[in-house]
Design a protein around this ligand. Structure first.
Ligand code: FE2
Length: 450
């Protein structure tokens, strides 16, 4: 048995102050960098355990005035987690959705910190210092529909858009929260089946809905499968344009794939450009394994012609695409992704061999206007997951700012928070904050400025 040192769960919650820094932290970085991922809280039956269903743990570093003030990691408390940690239960039943230890994304919206998981989990709210406040009804819109794992914020209006699904229901729901977190719009979209929809895209005119042929299997659920979804050869892969101004969705067929994560989308005259990471046909979502891993593609949807032009932008395996939040739904030039040797070596089997080469040791910056890329490579046996872009205060260009990521340093057996200058992407990091512990490579996160 070999537990992957970059992925295995950690067993303690830690608080550390005044962290050592190599290099110079930009004084203008005032806020918290938070990232979440599954971190199993004790596993009785490893064979029956699925990484994606593990309890969520959030890791955060607070930066201010050129200092790294603290690091904290905390399990996201559901009542089940409280019980297992020997803490008093809250006994709060969420108004909508399940009381689940969210593990997929952590965002800030409407003055709250929210942890999120798709498929019917209620968001769990955290305090500034990452303690669980409890399940939150923000975004609750009826049976099981809550804020999904992935949302898109419109930088002009402050609205937060989501497309959520509930296991077993044949429709998905588009919801809009205003900047204060009030639910302002709900529209259901018929899918003709219970489909896993992991992400969405947003343009000024459209909500872009993905319909990948990964469907709910009641028989797998009855047999106890943790992820009762599987590829369905009989379904096409489609991309849908749902007008933000109102009206029905219009579907366009694309080559079979799983639409994993959106880089960004924008209107280009009458056309709609969507850049995203796709996984190949027959992707096995339950095992997170595939022959070929995520690649960056561009779909140009032409509603007048009824066609989609599909282009490969980079077939080096990669995922966790991010743009500057300031260009979400608008034309972007730059994208930041994590190289993935074989994507998640994750479905991290808790016992049994770990396939080699999941998360890689590199971040990729794409210049999509020039069609070029730069690669920042860390130490050969280091590992890095999602990075986020933080604009400089006086930014005059889209890439004027910083790229932040947790990087596993195998020599120390711990993680660094690495800060890169986005315009000098391959140079030595501006700063490395040396954290006291490992941070298992996980899923998604956010920079939350003070
Ligand atoms: Fe995701």
């Amino acid at each position: 048995m070999r537990l992957d040192p970059a992925l295995a769960p950690v067993t303690e919650e830690v608080t550390a102050f005044d962290l050592p820094v190599t290099g110079r932290l930009p004084a203008e970085l005032r806020g918290r960098y938070l990232r979440i991922g599954p971190n199993a809280l004790g596993v009785e039956d490893a064979a029956a355990h699925h990484w994606m269903r593990s309890e969520g743990m959030v890791h955060g570093v607070r930066l201010r005035d050129g200092r790294a003030e603290w690091y904290r990691n905390r399990w996201v408390r559901s009542d089940e987690v409280r019980r297992r940690l020997g803490e008093p239960e809250l006994g709060i039943r969420p108004r909508v959705g399940a009381d689940f230890s969210c593990n997929t994304h952590v965002i800030g919206h409407g003055g709250r910190v929210l942890t999120l998981t798709e498929g019917g989990a209620a968001p769990q709210e955290l305090s500034y210092e990452l303690d669980s406040i409890g399940p939150c009804s923000l975004g609750a819109s009826g049976p099981g529909f809550t804020i999904p794992a992935h949302t898109k914020g419109d930088p002009r209006t402050g609205e937060l858009h989501g497309v959520s699904y509930v296991v077993g229901l044949d429709h998905v729901r588009h919801t809009v929260l205003d900047a204060a977190g009030e639910l302002t719009h709900v529209q259901d979209v018929e899918m003709g089946g219970s489909v896993m929809v992991h992400d969405l895209a947003l343009t000024e005119r459209y909500v872009v809905v993905y319909d990948s042929p990964i469907t709910f299997r009641p028989e797998a659920q009855r047999a106890g499968a943790a992820v009762p979804f599987a590829w369905d050869d009989r379904r096409p892969t489609r991309v849908g344009l749902l007008p933000r101004a109102g009206g029905g969705v219009r579907w366009f067929e694309v080559s079979p794939c799983f639409a994993s994560h959106t880089l960004n989308a924008y209107d280009d005259g009458p056309r709609v450009v969507v850049e995203l990471v796709t996984f190949p046909e027959r992707f096995d979502i339950g095992r997170l394994t595939a022959d070929r891993y995520g690649a960056l593609v561009r779909w140009t949807v032409d509603p007048a012609a009824g066609t989609v032009r599909e282009e490969g932008l980079d077939d080096h395996p990669q995922d966790f695409p991010r743009v500057s939040d300031s260009v979400v739904s608008r034309r972007h030039r730059y994208g930041y992704l994590a190289a993935t040797a074989a994507m998640f070596r994750a479905y991290v089997p808790l016992d049994g061999p770990v396939p080699d080469g999941a998360f890689d040791n590199a971040l990729i910056k794409h210049d999509l206007a020039r069609g070029s890329r730069e690669i920042h490579r860390f130490a050969s046996d280091a590992a890095v997951g999602e990075a986020v872009f933080v604009p400089a205060e006086s930014a005059t260009a889209e890439d004027d700012g910083y790229v932040l990521a947790y990087v596993h340093d195998p020599d120390r057996g711990a993680a660094d928070l690495v800060v890169l200058a986005a315009q000098d992407f391959t140079a030595e990091p501006l700063a490395r904050v040396h954290l006291p512990r490992r941070i298992p490579l996980g899923l998604h996160g956010s920079w939350l400025p003070d």
